[in-house]
Design a protein around this ligand. Sequence first.
Ligand code: NAD
Ligand code: TYD
Length: 354
Amino acid sequence: MALFVTGGAGFIGSNFVLDWLEQSDEPVVNLDKLTYAGNRENLAALAADPRHFFVQGDICDRALVDHLLATHRPRAIIHFAAESHVDRSIHGPAEFMRTNIDGTFTLLEAARSYWNSLKGVELRQFRFHHISTDEVYGSLQPDDPPFAENNSYQPNSPYAASKAASDHLVRAWYHTYGLPITISNCSNNYGPYHFPEKLIPLIIANALAGKPLPIYGDGQQVRDWLYVTDHCSAIRCILEAGQVGEVYNVGGWNEMPNIDIVNTIIKLLDELRPDPTGSYARLITHVTDRPGHDRRYAIDARKIERELGWRPAEIFETGIRKTVQWNLANQAWVEHVTSGEYRQWLDSNYGARL
Ligand code: NAD
Ligand code: TYD
């Protein structure tokens, strides 16, 4: 038995693989293209571990996916691979359509063909789990209830639209072909190995470098933040006990405006790595807002709690402290992933804003 993971060298995927192999001896086949967001260094702890089989490749490569499924005969596919950054999707949507939509389509077709070849217990236990986002539901008004699984889809960014399309494909492969799928829609994750293009690691990296801390618009946009290992435990619960064809919303019950997130990080850095020239708060810089910026996301995670008994283990205060400490202790990792391509990205995204 094995798990087949896509995108397992990215932020959430690598946390999932590391967590999985800490708790289980079931091997993991990890297919990742190693885009700018994928980094083998995240998996360095598994370098000599025979339970981890890493393949650099593209989920759009049907022949490769067919070959890996036929060779390793996994009992489940956990599909993390995606282009995942909203701002990049605004600058260049094409890659989002290719990986998130075409890639998911290719994977579904390969999974369907593999599943059709299975018999007996292998057939009965096979699952395709698709990792998605709360962003497919659109934006909430301040007094709206949080997103439940039956909310309508109203994606607003090219990223969210491509993830919404992939969710629809996965759903259709269940209804039409009976492929045994589950889907989870999760809120914003944070924690170790978070690529410093996203808000939390970007603020930590910029503060330590004495660079401006860019706040889009008024900074009052609200996100629900979940510590990444809690997302991993939710996926394990769904894999173990989730009902075929079902969608589970996963969130941290932790809505916070961006400016409060930034101020929390500043307070922690002022305590853990004080700057002799004064508080990092001096670096806060309001910049031009993101086009079509969603105002508020919030997740109603009662279904997964009621049906599968999952709840987040981490509260924000402890999770964010661990995250800041991890970044301080892993500055070499941050330096390696913020290579030439990353600097070009900073110029194209922030050059005109600041
Ligand atoms: P990430 O950008 O850090 O990692 C994505 C990984 O996918 C990278 O390792 C990359 O190399 C790989 N990849 C990209 N294109 C590929 C392709 N064509 N073939 C094979 N591999 C490819 O993303 P993440 O933050 O870890 O997100 C993982 C999943 O979780 C995504 O599907 C994302 O939509 C979803 N999600 C993310 C969040 C979040 O807060 N980060 C929240 C909810 C859902
Ligand atoms: P991000 O981490 O990109 O996640 P998402 O857009 O998927 O929620 O952004 C989180 C929030 O932080 C979002 O409201 C945009 C905002 N933000 C900034 O204010 N400044 C920044 O430099 C970045 C990257 C994000």
